[in-house]
Design a protein around this ligand. Structure first.
Ligand code: FUB
Length: 346
């Protein structure tokens, strides 16, 4: 993460926290578990039960730096519950970094899919050359243990995989994240160690998507850029950092439209853009979630029994950026399909 921008962002975050305390604002929801720190919740319903695939934040003592080295996660735990508001179970270690043959360090935000009796866990981790790649692991149980493939997905890079199933049965993997997520090093799917973050007047970096093949363990095509545009069809510039993509892609469908949702990183928003097909372009619509306490914001959106929910995180339990806790709250639509913006504190 860029130090200067981070300081500015930290000021904004702290300002938000202070004002939340001064005005006695209360969180609209409580941490789902408190025995471990969790973040980046990817929620799914598999066989009528809710499963959350989060990052497992850990205090490893790694010093904080611009690349987010302090987000030094070592394993994944899967959370499960029968219903929203019901008891949440931490199902223990589902996959440990020591069991991923190609992994170096930092297990970041995962996602999961269930296809023909097998559960697939998609995860970013730095390889032994310190380059983020996306791996896949499988299990016959939604809670693991998962067995990792011996190599990352060929042609994968950067962070924050989100797996999306379209109505025709095709699966797509969305991914990418700038700054510590290394997307700035990838041009035309090739690594360029000289890659730089965009200057304010440059077009912002775009997330990526690739269709998965039938085996669910490899791409079926080279990753493509996902265009997020304004209502006149123009791409966003880096200076539009309250609208441009930063990380945390999450795709879903609502009323036949494709909703591409994402974090703006240094401006701490979860935004959404709507398109007519899985590849986009996606037209920016607005804000789903205002800044939460903490630097990062990362979410998933899921329909459960005809209601929609936003899974997200903040730092209510620890007060520390890298020790987060996942939460859930209801998400509501207007009649035109727009989303009612959520404030996490009232
Ligand atoms: O949890 C590590 C990273 O922080 C995730 O990959 C990002 O989305 C951010 O939440």
């Amino acid at each position: 993460m860029n130090r200067i921008l981070k300081k500015i962002a930290l000021g904004i975050t702290l300002g938000m926290c202070v004002s939340a305390v001064a005005q006695k604002l209360k969180p609209i929801s409580q941490p789902l578990v408190s025995n471990i720190y969790t973040a980046d919740p990817s929620a799914h319903v598999f066989n009528h039960k809710i499963y959350i695939y989060p990052s497992h934040d850990t205090a490893t003592g790694t010093p904080e730096n611009d690349n987010g080295d302090h987000f030094n996660m070592m394993d994944f735990h899967v959370l499960s519950m029968d219903s929203i508001g019901g008891e949440v179970t931490d199902n223990g270690i589902a996959l440990h970094i020591k069991d991923i043959p190609w992994a170096g360090r930092q297990l970041w935000a995962p996602d999961a899919a269930f296809v023909k009796g097998t559960y697939y866990l998609y995860f970013p981790v730095k390889d032994k050359k310190d380059i983020f790649r996306i791996g896949v692991a499988t299990s016959k149980s939604p809670t693991g243990p998962f067995v990792a493939e011996k190599t990352p997905i060929k042609g994968s890079y950067s962070i924050d995989p989100c797996v999306f199933k379209d109505d025709d049965g095709s699966y797509y993997l969305y991914f990418g994240g700038i700054w510590g997520g290394q997307l700035q090093y990838w041009k035309n799917n090739k690594y360029d160690s000289a890659g730089k973050l965009c200057k304010p007047d440059q077009l912002a970096y775009l997330p990526r998507v690739a269709k998965l093949n039938k085996g669910m363990k490899q791409f079926d095509e080279a990753p493509k850029e996902v265009k997020i545009v304004d209502k006149t069809g123009n791409l966003f510039y880096e200076k539009d950092n309250d609208k441009r993509f930063f990380e945390a892609a999450w795709m879903y469908k609502y009323n036949g439209k494709y909703y591409f949702t994402y974090s703006t990183g240094d401006t701490h928003l979860i935004n959404y853009a709507i398109g007519d097909n899985p590849y986009g372009p996606f037209v920016y619509q607005g804000i789903i979630l205002k800044p939460v306490e903490g630097w990062t914001t990362h979410h998933s959106i899921l329909e459960i029994k005809n209601k929609w929910y936003l899974f997200y995180h903040d730092i209510q339990l620890s007060g520390q950026t890298h020790l987060r806790n996942v939460k859930v709250t209801e998400l509501k639509y207007n009649n035109d399909g727009s989303i009612q913006t959520i404030k996490a504190y009232r």
